[in-house]
Write a protein that binds this ligand. Structure first.
Ligand SMILES: [Zn+2]
Length: 387
């Protein structure tokens, strides 16, 4: 179920960035049309940026947990609703929220990258007028703090997709058909984020016996399953075969269109040889994964708002969640496409990110920033699904 465009109208913060027209010949996409309609009806009204501060001690002693306090404040005279995965919470992070440096060198994110369903009303955190949201984050859960050094940490997001109205519309939006099918409630605006205070500290590292070890690919038999029912195993086996087919078709398409255009233009944007070969190398490695590597599936996650997630530095293990089982076998946001999406995140396959989600976001990114599009997981998924 989709919400009518009228309901998605918020009042006023900063409107979402304009979406460019789809390239000619691109497949018709109802979601894209709906988003542009919302866009046209929004009025540009500016507001105060949200303010982020990160508080940490100047140094940590041996054995201390490297915890920082994250606070985001809303100086506006109205509430702002932020998607909860755009903010640190007391749960494990779902994406790389912080940019961290140790002695000037960027520290890698080792946490999850998650593919979610479109936002629903329950996925927003309200920050009331002149109020703030604050949480203590243990950085060692998702970042490599094994070595001693001077650390600097900043919030990554210069802008956050938000809503400026939610409560009034909520009762009629929550359909009585179970949490799994809650209607999408998309962000309507973008809030600028101003970093008021960033954290800098000395951390002594962790003792060698507790340090993270490079996780080698799992060497168990092809198709190892954890916590999967017989039905799920069978669905995964089919999804794996379909993912192999669509990846193979994607590669064939690229080999036959060596100067881009068409589907490449839609999902990866304007052609240049280095971006094109980046994309080709990603699909080559993903196909090699599906053809020759041991892919391990874990079905223990039940979150209905999540399709799947991986730890990019741990190939080839894919965690499937509630939304995955509701997805169609093939086509847009399908089971097979989700496996392509997740596999593209593995560092050994090229290490894509989740800069944007969804077909309209992916198409816009291809137009506005092809360099990011060729490193965005959903763009790889959709290019393969549209084969
Ligand atoms: Zn992802």
């Amino acid at each position: 179920m989709r919400i009518p465009a009228m309901l998605a109208l918020g009042l006023a913060l900063v409107p979402l960035p304009a979406l460019a027209a789809p390239p000619q010949g691109a497949p018709e996409d109802r979601r894209f049309i709906r988003d542009t309609e919302i866009e046209r009806r929004n009025q540009r009204v500016t507001a105060q940026p949200l303010e982020v501060r990160l508080d940490a001690p100047a140094w940590y002693a041996e054995g201390d947990a490297p915890s920082v306090r994250f606070t985001i404040s809303n100086p506006n005279s109205h509430s702002v609703w932020v998607l909860r995965w755009e903010l640190p919470t007391t749960e494990r992070a779902e994406r790389d929220l912080f940019q961290m440096h140790r002695n000037g060198v960027e520290v890698t994110y080792e946490g999850r990258l998650t593919k979610r369903v479109e936002p629903r009303a329950i996925d927003y955190v309200e920050i009331k007028a002149h109020d703030s949201y604050s949480v203590v984050v243990d950085l060692s859960a998702d970042y490599d703090l094994d070595s001693a050094g001077d650390y600097r940490i900043q919030f990554r997001q210069p802008q956050l997709p938000v809503r400026t109205a939610l409560a009034a519309a909520t009762p009629s939006m929550i359909a009585p058909d179970g949490e799994g099918k809650l209607p999408s409630v998309l962000p309507t605006h973008v809030a600028e984020v101003r970093e008021a205070v960033s954290a800098q500290f000395f951390f002594p590292g962790v003792p060698a016996e507790l340090a993270r070890k490079e996780q080698a690919p799992d060497q168990s038999l092809v198709g190892s399953y954890s916590g999967c029912t017989t039905t799920q195993k069978s669905q995964l086996s089919t999804a794996h075969a379909n993912a192999k087919t669509m990846t193979s078709k994607a590669l064939t398409w690229l080999n036959g269109h060596t100067s881009g255009g068409g589907l490449y233009l839609t999902w990866f944007g304007a052609y240049n040889s280095s971006r094109f070969s980046t994309v080709k190398s990603h699909y080559t490695k993903i196909l090699d994964e599906f053809n020759t590597k041991t892919v391990n599936f874990d079905c223990n996650c039940t979150d209905s708002g999540t399709y799947a997630y991986v730890y990019p530095s741990s190939p080839y293990k894919i965690y499937l969640c509630g939304a995955f089982w509701r997805a169609p076998s093939t086509g847009t946001d399908s089971k097979a496409g989700t496996l392509v999406h997740e596999s593209s995140h593995f560092t050994v396959n090229g290490g894509t990110q989740d800069y944007v989600y969804g077909t309209s976001g992916a198409k816009s990114l291809a137009i506005s920033n092809p360099s990011k599009a060729v490193m965005n997981a959903d763009n790889h998924e959709y290019f393969a699904e549209y084969q």
